[in-house]
Design a binder for this molecule. Structure first.
Ligand SMILES: Nc1ncnc2c1ncn2[C@@H]1O[C@H](COP(=O)(O)OP(=O)(O)OP(=O)(O)O)[C@@H](O)[C@H]1O
Ligand SMILES: [Mg+2]
Length: 261
């Protein structure tokens, strides 16, 4: 018997052609401040983008719009081909596809490390306790702190807490990870342990957008550097290109300041 139309599985012929993150003509204001100006940004599956720019240029706001922590005024944002709705159940689903790690670790102080990591998978993904624990321990192992599982956040160093925050995000199986200055609050000796975790995530193929001043990470792990100034993307280039041959005076000025510190 010939298969009828409904028996034939639809196969997307070019799934990798859909960018994992796609922002088109995104604008946002805070009152009279035009904080994101016509942002166009595409991040392919598995790519790592480092976002650089002076203080107040809109880097955090950009991150926050990608999972709708901040609403936008116009334009579209799509994750894996799905346009982010402004509210509702679908938003919650898409938002959980986007993990976010901030400068401050934001762990639940009165829950153990293990509980911090199992909470959302149990509540939001309706995982059983056993299943959530198994996955959490695997992730804590991966970020190198499985032996701290029963401690509370305050008993851990900043670097360890940030690694818990990363494990907690990963526990939701996100398609994309956003990092907003994840090492800025850390003592120097703890920065590398967090960057190493991020580098290995990148090597495993995670799609990542990272706001950081860690130029070693940008040079070593990023596929592309995006430079923002005054709410706009003014340069987008491969790291080697951007660092050796920035095109705009604003980028040259910025690099001059941060590289000679
Ligand atoms: N909730 C808010 N209400 C009003 N203005 C805001 C708000 N959040 C940010 N801004 C303003 O928007 C601009 C961009 O802020 P944003 O935090 O995105 O910059 P940034 O590039 O992340 O800076 P930094 O490097 O200091 O973290 C700044 O002028 C900031 O003061
Ligand atoms: Mg910021």
């Amino acid at each position: 018997m010939e298969p009828t139309g409904s028996d034939v599985k639809e196969v997307d012929p070019t799934p990798s052609a859909v960018p994992m993150i796609s922002m088109q003509a995104v604008n946002k204001h805070f009152g009279s401040l035009h904080v994101l100006k016509d942002i166009d940004l595409e991040v392919d599956r598995g790519q790592v983008i480092v976002v650089l720019g002076p203080s107040g240029s809109g880097k955090s706001t950009l991150c926050r719009t990608i999972n709708r922590l901040e609403p936008i005024d116009s334009g579209t944002i799509a994750i894996d081909g799905e346009i982010l709705p402004s509210e509702g159940k679908k938003l919650a689903q898409l938002r959980s596809d986007v993990g976010m790690v901030f400068q401050s670790f934001n762990l639940f102080a009165h829950k153990t490390i293990l509980q911090n990591v199992t909470l959302a998978p149990m509540k939001v993904r309706k995982k059983s306790k056993a299943e959530a624990r198994e996955k959490a321990m695997e992730l804590l192992e991966r970020v190198g702190i499985a032996n701290q599982a029963d401690k509370y956040p305050a008993q851990l160093s900043g670097g360890q807490q940030q690694r818990v925050a990363i494990a907690r995000s990963l526990a939701m199986n996100p398609k994309v990870m956003l990092f907003d200055e994840p090492t800025s609050a850390l003592d120097p000796e703890m920065i590398n342990e967090v960057l190493n975790v991020m580098t290995s995530l990148a090597a495993d193929g995670m799609t990542m957008l990272v706001v950081t001043h860690e130029m070693g990470f940008a040079r070593g792990a990023a596929n592309r550097v995006v430079f923002m100034d005054g709410g706009a993307i003014v340069e987008s280039a491969e790291p080697s290109q951007f660092f050796t041959n920035p095109q705009t005076d604003r980028a040259k000025d910025f690099l001059g300041k941060i590289l000679h510190h």
